[in-house]
Design a protein around this ligand. Structure first.
Ligand code: SF4
Ligand code: SF4
Length: 300
């Protein structure tokens, strides 16, 4: 099974629309995972039928037991994350959003007034779609640990794989912990970028991070005709870096219409859909070579 993640150095590049189009046009049996856990939108395109919800518990958080606390302030002094606050009544309390669960405060408290407790940070949803199984998540408001949740979403999606050929992941934006968690153990990254200086900057950072995982890299330039000159600059960068350019998608208002109606853009015979079909064929060729290389390696 080949694992592919669609990523972008920043949000708003059209990554989920691209993933939805690849889900439709790539051949073979596919499983999908939405690892953009802070804004999981792939479900809006793939119309899932829920099968199961699994509670997600992130890292433990500190809690101060008021009856034992003597308000000495040692814990607030020791917490490097500034998670222990002093209330207007002089009592100390933990800000759960800042708490990283390191346990230092519990170690320094002379009254043993601090305990570390697990709390539910969200849910992982396993579903079926017309194109294959989909695993995605809902993170509770204010909850962190999204890197850990990405890991759990991938783990659940891998359980769905069985005889499937491809795990296609809609990844998170940026280059932070959730992206690192998405990249671990996969084969290929498809980077969705745009013709702009900001997107180029983010593309370079994402390429640099991907290199650390020795992944094969492909790119798609979305809305390529909005700044043709800059699209050429990105094409040259891809060629210099050995990144396979899968294709360019023109700016197409049909995409926005389709997204607002919750309908896959691939249902329309618009210019973007024509481009997506060609992009999927190019990616399929690259993944086919990868699969046969892997088979050869096993037989040698
Ligand atoms: S170290 Fe313990 S006793 Fe002191 S303020 Fe913190 S919780 Fe209260
Ligand atoms: S567990 Fe760590 S991060 Fe959380 S309040 Fe205690 S010292 Fe701060």
């Amino acid at each position: 099974m080949i694992q592919v993640a669609v990523l972008s150095g920043k949000g708003g590049t059209g990554k989920t629309v691209v993933t939805g189009a690849l889900a439709e046009f790539l051949p073979g049996k596919k499983v999908f995972a939405d690892c953009d856990v802070e804004a999981a939108n792939l479900a809006l395109i793939l119309s899932p039928r829920e099968r199961a919800r699994i509670p997600f518990f992130g890292l433990k958080k500190a809690t101060i037991e008021k009856k034992s606390c003597v308000a000495c302030g040692l814990c607030a002094h020791a917490c490097r994350f500034g998670a222990i606050r002093n209330g207007i009544d002089g009592s100390f309390y933990v800000d759960p959003v800042r708490c990283e669960g390191c346990g230092v405060c519990a170690g320094v408290c002379p009254e043993r007034a601090i305990v570390l407790l697990k709390k539910q940070d969200g849910e992982i949803i396993c579903a079926d779609t017309d194109l294959g199984p989909l695993v995605y998540a809902e993170l509770s408001p204010g909850s962190g640990n999204s890197g850990l949740l990405v890991h759990e979403v991938k783990k659940e999606a891998q359980k769905e794989v069985r005889d499937h050929d491809l795990l296609l992941i809609d990844g998170p934006p940026g280059i932070g912990c959730p992206v690192i968690s998405t990249m671990s153990g996969i084969d290929t990254v498809v980077i969705v970028t745009e013709p702009s200086i900001a997107a180029m900057h983010d593309l370079k950072r994402l390429v640099m991070v991907s290199r650390g995982f020795s992944l094969s890299l492909c790119a798609i330039i979305n809305r390529a005709d909005l700044h043709g000159g800059y699209a050429q600059t990105i094409e040259r960068f891809c060629a210099d870096e050995g990144i396979s350019l899968l294709g360019k998608v023109p700016f197409d208002p049909t995409i926005q219409d389709a997204v607002s109606k919750g309908v896959p853009v691939t249902r329309f015979g618009c210019p973007a859909t024509v481009a997506f079909r060609e992009i999927a064929a190019n990616l399929s060729g690259i993944l086919g070579e990868k699969a046969s290389d892997r088979l050869k390696g096993r037989n040698e």
